[in-house]
Design a protein around this ligand. Structure first.
Ligand code: CU
Length: 303
């Protein structure tokens, strides 16, 4: 009786494993629609895709474990219930072979998951061979971006329209504001196909610079400089959005991030123009300043 039940259980596990393998193969490669919207994004960098693949690998390992464990539990409860005259098998208590098996199997699974995870973590931390360095400073409530050695620095805060609409009794319908609470006045401009290093810090409390499409989420801690990097695919120019991901105070939810990814040529032209504008704006009185300096952005948040 026990032997035939074991055979049935083995057949059941084999069938579920095969079904799982088929489901894995049937998963569309990189489509983001429908159910996949509930999942994390695959992003627009090699690293974000590797993080996504790692996440899916671990997810399916967990699903497989859950299927096996719950199947064994349900099968045992149903087949060996008291009403069917089941008698406890006391020989299974302190069975050395079983003890070794259910210790060794999870250890092997954990090591198998740790290897690719550790490999990806090491690469995430590898900030060598970067071509552009930007210092990112989080403050209550916005971001300051400084292109190191390029003479360009500016503040990036919630766009004025969202800021006005969010006021209690403002009379402005948020539905009429484009990308309500997700737009900024001055987006961070970066080139695609370039390894960009970020030096992330905080001016007052802990913030966290998070742009899911790049697979980057790094804490900005006062007194510390954390490093992160991303390299956007050469054909993925466009706008990417993020948020502060550290509960940093009253307006934590009102310090979005917008990154404007441009081609290398467009970025070089933008950087040159911006540096020139800021140089002129900083020139001593008597020379002609241009209207480039975002005077409004330089002011601390009045809220
Ligand atoms: Cu913050």
């Amino acid at each position: 009786m026990i032997r035939s039940n074991c055979a049935r259980a083995a057949a059941f596990f084999a069938a579920t494993t095969a079904a799982l393998a088929m489901a894995l193969q049937a998963t569309p490669a990189r489509a983001e629609s429908g159910w996949s919207l509930l999942n994390m994004t695959q992003g627009v960098t090699e690293m974000s895709r590797r993080i996504y693949d790692l996440h899916m690998l671990i997810f399916w390992v967990c699903v497989a474990i859950a299927v096996v464990v719950f199947a064994a539990m349900i099968w045992s409860i149903v087949v060996y219930r008291k009403s069917k005259g089941a008698v406890a098998d006391t020989t299974m208590v302190h069975n050395t072979r079983v003890e070794i098996l259910w210790t060794a199997v999870p250890v092997i699974i954990l090591i198998a998951m740790a290897v690719p995870a550790a490999r990806t973590l090491v690469e995430i931390e590898d900030t060598t061979k970067t071509e552009l360095t930007i210092k990112v400073t989080g403050f209550q409530w916005g971001w300051n971006y400084e292109y190191l050695d390029k003479g360009v620095t500016f503040f990036s805060r919630l766009d004025r329209k969202s800021d006005a609409a969010r006021e209690l009794g403002s009379g402005v319908d948020p539905n009429t504001v484009d990308h309500y609470l997700l737009n900024v006045d001055n987006p961070l401009v970066v080139p695609v196909g370039t390894k960009v290093r970020l030096l992330v810090t905080g001016a007052d409390v802990i913030h966290s610079w998070w742009v899911p499409a790049f697979g980057v989420k790094k804490d900005g801690i006062p007194g510390f400089v954390n490093e992160a990097w991303f390299n956007i695919d050469a054909d993925k120019t466009g706008l990417y959005r993020g948020q502060c991901a550290e509960l940093c105070g009253r307006d934590h939810g009102f310090m979005p991030i917008v990154v404007d990814a441009r081609s290398k040529e467009d970025f070089a032209a933008w950087l040159k123009e911006k540096a020139e504008q800021q140089k002129q704006a900083a020139a001593p009185v008597g020379t002609t300043p241009t209207a480039s300096a975002p005077a409004d952005a330089a002011k601390p948040n009045a809220g």
